[in-house]
Design a protein around this ligand. Structure first.
Ligand code: 5GP
Ligand code: MG
Ligand code: MG
Length: 184
């Protein structure tokens, strides 16, 4: 963490770079088995999923194409409401495609639940979800997440694509922030 120059902002490292990489190896093997003989349209949800999209797709052998979507979830404070606005839509026609949505984290699951329904209405052959992280609240929402990297406690995490105030996305690991960063 010294090399990032952000060491004093961090409380602890929850998941190391090595742990992320070996878990993505396992997920990629699982996805390759599940999609054998098919082609995947992998959809990354900007901006948080950029790192997991880049690293996971490089471990896949299944033929694939990539597209990106950006959505914004209206909510009060840090809670999302499930009311979602599309900031950047796909450039790909989903008709008959096997869609795999890549997310950084599922918390309430409301954003993803909306997104899945939206994509399903565009005529794809299938829609599945892969997320690097999942928080406990996700269990209470009726959303099927096929591929989960890590189940984590209900703490605010940053790094590996995840931000606080748009910062820390470039940390190569998942960590928690020191209280002084939040103005504490
Ligand atoms: P939800 O699943 O509640 O609809 O919202 C998920 C979104 O909330 C994620 O895509 C992410 O942008 C944000 N989010 C939820 N938990 C965390 C967290 O611990 N850290 C960060 N950086 N973002 C989070
Ligand atoms: Mg996200
Ligand atoms: Mg964010």
């Amino acid at each position: 963490m010294d090399s990032t120059d952000m060491g004093e902002d961090l409380k602890e490292i929850l998941i190391t770079e090595e742990q992320i990489s070996s878990r993505l190896d396992e997920l990629a093997a699982e996805i390759d088995r599940d999609y054998e003989g098919r082609e995947i349209l992998v959809i990354g949800v900007l901006k948080g999923a950029v790192m997991v999209m880049a690293d996971l797709t490089r471990k896949l052998h299944t033929p694939l194409t990539m597209d990106w979507m950006a959505v914004s979830s209206y909510g009060s404070g840090t809670r999302s409401s499930g009311v979602v606005r599309i900031l950047k839509d796909l450039e790909t026609d989903l008709e008959g495609r096997h869609v795999l949505i890549i997310e950084d984290i599922v918390d309430s699951g409301l954003t993803l639940s909306w997104l899945k329904t939206n994509l399903e209405s565009r005529g794809p052959a299938s829609v599945e979800i892969a997320t690097l992280l999942r928080k406990p609240d996700a269990a209470s929402v009726d959303i099927d997440v096929e591929y989960v990297g890590f189940d984590i406690p209900n703490e605010f995490v940053v790094g590996y694509g995840l931000d606080y105030d748009q910062k820390y996305r470039n940390l190569p690991f998942i960590g928690t922030l020191a209280p002084h960063v939040y103005g504490g």
